[in-house]
Design a protein around this ligand. Structure first.
Ligand code: FE
Length: 205
């Protein structure tokens, strides 16, 4: 896959030794001087990877599931529709929502580094930045999803989207069955980070 686009100077390039090395050096100094505690640092990263960040995306998805006008807006101009909920900022300026359907499943990767929609998903998980995910998501997306517990039939088309600094993708999972009449808040609890990257589906109620 051709991938010569700009991935953003501020992006956390997984294979950018100068940046990674500087971060490691900084962390080492802070730890050595007792200025930070490793457990606290890990907890902080975990919070932004798993708790705070992806909750924003989950609210976008839940609103799209319950509000047809919002879904339409999201399809036409995802950046504006997402910004209307207050989710704006770096690494989220040019959003595109890719919609799963009965015969279609979308998967997001950044083959070159780790481009990721920060305002709606928070920090990317380590596996998203890993070389195996970045290559295998393209070569064998069904195999990758299988490892996350998602087995897709051959009748379901899989589309893989390569994020760049210019466009960040968010997967709109299918609304799970058995959720008729649910509030947005209750629906949002079914929307995981992994479902919005596309390696899994939304949770079943
Ligand atoms: Fe990238």
């Amino acid at each position: 896959m051709q991938h010569g686009k700009d991935h953003g100077r501020e992006d956390a390039h997984a294979e950018d030794p100068p940046v990674a090395a500087r971060v490691k050096a900084l962390e080492a100094i802070l730890l050595e001087k007792g200025l930070v505690d490793r457990a606290a640092l890990d907890a902080y990263v975990d919070t932004y990877e798993n708790k705070v960040g992806p909750r924003n995306g989950a609210r976008v998805v839940a609103k799209a599931w319950t509000d047809p006008a919002y879904l339409d807006w999201l399809r036409r101009d995802a950046s504006a529709a997402i910004a209307s909920l207050g989710y704006v900022g770096r690494q989220g300026e040019h959003m595109r929502v890719v919609e799963n359907g009965p015969g279609l499943h979308n998967l997001v990767v950044c083959t070159l580094c780790s481009c990721y929609p920060w305002p709606v998903l928070g920090l990317p998980p380590a596996w998203y930045k890993s070389a195996p995910y970045r290559s295998r998501a393209v070569i064998d997306p069904r195999g990758v999803m299988r490892e996350f517990g998602l087995e897709l039939g051959e009748d379901i088309e899989v589309r893989v989207w390569d994020s760049t600094a210019e466009i960040r993708y968010l997967v709109l999972p299918e609304r799970p069955a058995g959720t008729v009449g649910w509030s947005e808040e209750r629906l949002a609890a079914l929307v995981t980070r992994d479902a919005m990257i596309g390696v899994t589906k939304a949770l079943s109620p």
